[in-house]
Design a binder for this molecule. Structure first.
Ligand SMILES: C[C@H](O)[C@H](O)[C@H]1CNC2=NC(N)=NC(=O)C2=N1
Length: 131
């Protein structure tokens, strides 16, 4: 059951200056352009692109906040804005944060991590360009 927030204003929009400051601090790979915060993920193939699209799709549906997506063979651009507020709200930052955390997750990066992660040097398996 969803609860209406008592403290945060999900419809409050931020100024371009506030957005830029927040992206610089928390989402350095994201940028503000034409009223959307946006991030492009590069992949090694259409299959990798589809994997990213589906991961983002799940997060968006779980969040009940949906991006616009543009995709090509080896990249997908994720764009976020809050349609009902006609601007960028806390919902956009929160979903962008989760997308970035999930898509750029590299479990094998930590020393003696339990999960080894996708082999990066074998194009049979590597599907995402981490940046
Ligand atoms: C139809 C309407 O877009 C939806 O009810 C919800 C869910 N997803 C949404 N996603 C985004 N980006 N903005 C919204 O205002 C929004 N509203």
């Amino acid at each position: 059951m969803t609860t209406q927030s008592q403290t945060i204003d999900r419809k409050k929009t931020f100024s371009p200056e506030e957005i830029e400051a927040r992206l610089k601090a928390d989402l350095p790979h994201w940028r503000l352009e034409d009223g959307w915060i946006r991030r492009t993920y590069k992949t090694n193939s259409w299959k990798g692109t589809l994997m990213v699209i589906n991961a983002v799709g799940h997060l968006a549906e779980a969040a009940w906040h949906h991006p616009d997506l543009t995709a090509s063979y080896a990249w997908v651009e994720v764009r976020l804005q809050s349609h009902d507020a006609k601007g960028i709200t806390v919902r956009d930052f929160a979903l962008a944060q989760k997308i970035e955390e999930v898509v750029m997750w590299q479990p094998g990066a930590a020393p003696d991590a339990p999960l080894e992660g996708t082999p990066q040097h074998d194009l049979r398996f590597s599907y995402l360009k981490y940046d």
